[in-house]
Ligand binder design. Structure first.
Ligand code: HEM
Length: 393
């Protein structure tokens, strides 16, 4: 760790394979080095303490999303004007269209249907006894839920997962993962452009509601496809990782599984603790609009700032026993779903999906055992597993 003219700097590359595989030691190092530490290799200021991350996410006028939330220029150019990469008032208009369909009230109507689907899936897997908790459980569910909500046809859905993963890689710096992702992101946009048309979207779907908002003049017609594409990508790996990681954590902490079995009302607390302990979305960038202070550390105007939610959620300055997985903790103010104007638009849906799966597991399963080596999916933005062989009794 060195001190530059403006502040502490570090040689850590938060997007190297080693960092992505196990970032928590590096996060601690960066938190201890200062409220904002310049990453020489990533050319951005890492903000890793809870208070600083919340401040960056809250103050959109000081830390804009409009210059892009990715770490590379190609992705920022491609996403210009989209919901994640805009500030109010443009952002407010786009957000309103999604909020109508994704608000807690609107999502509550789906509770029965999603719980029934989740329970049917869990029942089938419990019957089998052995399954892959990512491929067979976590991945199956969000794909169908998100694609159905948007109203996409069945054709091509099998590719959504790979494309969604590519979009999150695309937010990284110019590294091999980003390079490999770019053509896939192009394929995803071509697919969404082809199938998310008025004549192919399901009647009553959220996709059609987006077009209706454009007809009413609430958003630009050109915003329709990006809004749907962004929604597809945002709704997949995120929830899948939360469910996959949750099963892993519960299998590795049988005492916590017993706490949950004894008190199933802790399901909501469990969901919050999974998102805190091993956040599915680890970080997004912002840009300092002027010279800005973060807890006393100046970040020069125009510099990129990396808000590391995954580190804030393990900050020992904020959380007691931050590295302990505790299903009864109920960390309602974790930053795993972001904070401020860009706080996850799909939070209510994500919570519903996660709670439906775990409620069903708690009811139907006595014990979960890991049966093979978990395989981590290395990604520039999201954190989770590709495979987790388990058996349940
Ligand atoms: C556990 C699952 C999920 C996690 C951890 C998660 C996490 C996040 C985070 C951290 C952000 C903030 C981005 C920023 O600060 O710039 C965000 C934004 C967003 N999320 Fe989620 N998300 C999840 C599920 C979903 C789902 C299921 C959907 C939709 C179906 C969704 C749609 C969105 C959208 C549209 C945004 C952009 C909001 C905006 O810029 O105003 N997310 N999400």
């Amino acid at each position: 760790m060195a001190i530059t003219a403006t502040g502490p700097s570090s040689e850590v590359d938060l997007f190297s394979d080693d960092s992505v595989r196990d970032p928590y030691g590096r996060y601690r190092e960066l938190r201890d080095a200062g409220p904002a530490v310049y990453l020489e290799k990533n050319q951005a200021w890492a903000v890793t303490r809870f208070q600083g991350v919340r401040e960056v996410l809250r103050d959109w006028e000081r830390f804009t999303s409009e210059k892009g939330v990715a770490m590379n220029e190609a992705m920022n150019a491609a996403n210009a004007g989209s919901i994640v990469a805009s500030d109010p008032p443009h952002h407010t208009q786009l957000r309103k269209v999604l909020s109508e369909r994704l608000s807690p009230g609107a999502i509550a109507k789906l509770t029965g249907q999603i719980s029934t689907q989740a329970d049917a899936l869990v029942a089938t897997l419990v019957e089998r006894g052995d399954f892959d908790a990512v491929q067979d459980l976590a991945a199956f569910f969000p794909i169908s839920v998100v694609a159905d909500l948007i109203g996409l046809p069945d054709e091509g859905r099998e590719k959504l997962l790979d494309w969604g993963n590519a979009v999150f890689d695309g937010f990284g710096p110019d590294n091999p993962r980003t390079a490999e992702a770019m053509p896939k992101i192009g394929e995803m946009w071509a697919y969404v452009g082809e199938v998310a048309t008025r004549d192919r979207l399901a009647p009553g779907s959220m996709g059609l509601a987006v077009y209706e908002a454009a007809d009413r003049g609430e958003i630009d017609p050109e915003s329709c496809i990006p809004l749907m594409g962004g929604y597809v990508a945002a709704g997949m790996d995120t929830t899948i990782n939360a469910i996959g990681t949750g099963v892993q954590l519960l299998a590795e902490h049988p005492d916590q599984w017993q706490v949950l079995k004894a008190d199933p009302s802790l399901i909501r607390s469990l969901g919050n603790e999974i998102l805190r302990y091993d956040s599915p979305v680890q970080m997004f960038a912002r840009t300092a609009t002027d010279d800005q202070e973060i807890e006393g550390q100046t970040v020069p105007a125009g510099d990129r700032v990396l808000a590391v939610y995954g580190s804030a959620n393990r900050d020992e300055r904020k959380w007691d026993d931050a590295d302990v997985f505790d299903v009864a903790r109920n960390p309602i103010d974790h930053l795993g779903l972001g904070f401020g104007v860009h706080r996850c638009a799909g939070a209510a849906l994500a919570r519903l999906e996660i709670e439906a799966i775990f409620a069903s597991l708690v009811e139907r399963v006595t014990a979960i055992e890991i049966e093979g080596e978990p395989v981590r999916q290395l990604n520039n933005t999201v954190r989770g597993l590709k495979s987790l062989p388990v058996s349940v009794s």
